[in-house]
Ligand binder design. Structure first.
Ligand SMILES: Nc1ncnc2c1ncn2[C@@H]1O[C@H](COP(=O)(O)OP(=O)(O)OP(=O)(O)O)[C@@H](O)[C@H]1O
Ligand SMILES: [Mg+2]
Length: 373
C-alpha cells in the first residue's frame, strides 16, 4: 500500500500537524462564534474541517457538513441540506421526519430504504408551494433542533459558490436568518480566497463582518519532513532530511503536492531498496508534468499571446512584475494591461495573490511552463 494519499480527504495516519489550527477553530465554534477559513486550493481545508467536526461530534455537538460545489439551485440546496440535517439529527429517523413535517412548509418528508435496506430521509415537493418559505424554514431548522445543551456546528465548504445562486438573493436570506441563531455556529470555508474574503469584508455584501476570518497557511516544513521520513520508513526507505526539504520547497510546501510527489517517488523506489536522492524527486516531478501535460497544453492554448507572456514572466518573477527591468526582459506592455491579465488569472484560480507576490496555485504548472515555453 502506498503510504501517501492525495486528492481525497485525509485522516488517521495520513493526516499530520494542524494542531494549533484545530484548537483555534474548535474553540471559536464551540464558543458559539462563526468563522471563515480560507486558503488556496489543496492546502488541506476540507480534511482539517472534517477532523474538527469529528472531534466536536465526539464532544457532544451535532455537526453538519455541506459542500456548495454540488449546489446549483435553491432546490438542490434545500434537498442536500435537509438530508444532511436529518441524517445528523441525533433522534431516530422516524422522529426527525415527524418533526420536519411540522417545521418545514412546502415539502412532505418520508423514509425510504436504500440498497442495503437502511432507512434514509427523503421528501417530495408540495405542488405550487412557495419555495422561498421552504428555504427559510430549512435554514432555520438547525436552530429549532439545537438547544443550549445540544449545540450544532455547521460547515459550508466552498461557500463562495453561493454567489452562483445570487440571482435568488440567497446570500441575503441565509445571512438574515442565521444571524438570529443562538445555538448554532457556522464555519464557512473555501478556496477562492479573494471571493470569500470579499463576501465577509465588503460593506455591500450580506455577510459583511459577520464572522472572524482565519487564513490557513501551508504546513510547517519541519512537520512535513517528519511525516515524509516516517511514511517512507514503513517500507524501510530512507529520505534524508535535506532531500525531503528539497521536495517540499520545489512545490511551495503545498500539502497536496507533497503527498502527490511522495506517492510517485514511492512507486519508483519501492522494490529497489535505495536511499532517496534529489534525482528521484526531479524524476517524479518530471513524470507528473508528463501526466498532466495534455491538460496544461489545453490551458495554455486558451490564453492570448499577451497572457502567455505574463505567465512566463510570473514563472521567473513572483514580485516586482511591474518594474522596468522585468517589463523589458519579458517584453510586456503597459502595467495596466499586465495587471488586467493577472486579475483574470486570479479569478480563474491559476494565480494566487499573497501580500506582495504572485504564486502559481499549481506549482507543477509553473514547472511545466518553464520547461515548455
Ligand atoms: N493535514 C494534512 N496532512 C496530510 N496531508 C494533507 C493534510 N492536509 C492536506 N493534505 C493533502 O492535501 C490533499 C488535499 O486536502 P484537502 O482536500 O483537505 O484540501 P482542500 O484545501 O480542501 O483542497 P481543495 O481546494 O481541492 O478543496 C489531501 O488529499 C492530502 O494529500
Ligand atoms: Mg476542499
Amino acid at each position: 500500500m502506498n503510504p501517501f494519499k492525495y486528492g481525497k480527504i485525509v485522516e488517521g495516519e495520513y493526516f499530520y500537524d494542524r494542531k494549533d489550527e484545530l484548537l483555534r477553530i474548535k474553540s471559536t465554534l464551540s464558543g458559539g462564534n462563526n468563522l471563515v477559513l480560507y486558503a488556496p486550493r489543496r492546502y488541506g481545508k476540507s480534511s482539517l474541517v472534517k477532523k474538527v467536526l469529528k472531534e466536536l461530534k465526539n464532544e457532544g455537538f451535532v455537526t453538519v457538513y455541506l459542500d456548495f460545489m454540488s449546489i446549483y439551485s435553491r432546490e438542490s440546496f434545500i434537498k442536500a441540506y435537509t438530508k444532511e440535517i436529518a441524517q445528523n439529527e441525533p433522534n431516530s429517523i422516524e422522529k426527525t421526519v415527524k418533526k420536519i413535517a411540522k417545521l418545514i412548509r412546502g415539502i412532505v418528508p418520508s423514509i425510504i430504504f436504500n440498497n442495503q435496506g437502511i432507512p434514509e430521509f427523503s421528501f417530495s415537493w408540495i405542488d405550487g408551494a412557495e419555495k422561498v418559505e421552504t428555504l427559510e424554514d430549512i435554514i432555520d431548522l438547525p436552530e429549532k433542533f439545537a438547544t443550549n445543551k445540544k449545540q450544532w456546528v455547521i460547515a459550508f465548504d466552498e461557500f463562495q459558490e453561493i454567489t452562483k445562486l445570487n440571482g435568488e438573493s440567497f446570500e441575503k436570506i441565509l445571512r438574515s436568518l442565521i444571524q438570529h441563531h443562538k445555538n448554532v455556529s457556522y464555519l464557512f470555508l473555501g478556496s477562492r480566497t479573494h471571493l470569500l474574503k470579499d463576501m465577509f469584508s465588503n460593506k455591500n455584501r450580506a455577510f459583511y463582518n459577520s464572522a472572524m476570518l482565519l487564513n490557513l497557511d501551508t504546513i510547517n516544513k519541519k512537520y512535513s519532513v517528519r511525516y515524509l521520513r516516517k511514511q517512507f520508513s514503513k517500507d524501510d526507505i530512507v529520505i534524508p532530511t535535506d532531500v525531503a526539504e528539497y521536495l517540499i520547497s520545489s512545490i511551495n510546501s503545498i500539502p497536496y503536492y507533497i503527498q502527490f510527489i511522495a506517492a510517485e517517488i514511492w512507486q519508483q523506489v519501492i522494490n529497489k531498496k535505495v536511499e532517496i536522492t534529489i534525482q528521484h524527486i526531479d524524476n517524479a516531478i518530471e513524470t507528473i508534468v508528463e501526466l498532466k501535460s495534455d491538460y496544461y497544453w489545453e490551458l495554455i492554448n486558451k490564453q492570448t499571446n499577451y497572457r502567455k507572456k505574463v505567465l512566463i514572466a510570473l514563472c521567473h518573477s513572483s514580485t516586482g512584475l511591474f518594474s522596468k527591468e522585468v517589463t523589458k526582459k519579458f517584453n510586456l506592455g503597459a502595467n495596466s494591461t499586465t495587471q488586467k491579465a493577472i486579475s483574470s488569472f486570479i479569478t480563474e484560480g491559476i494565480i494566487e495573490h499573497f501580500n506582495d507576490n504572485y504564486e502559481f496555485s499549481d506549482p507543477i504548472f509553473r514547472l511545466f511552463l518553464i520547461k515548455n515555453l
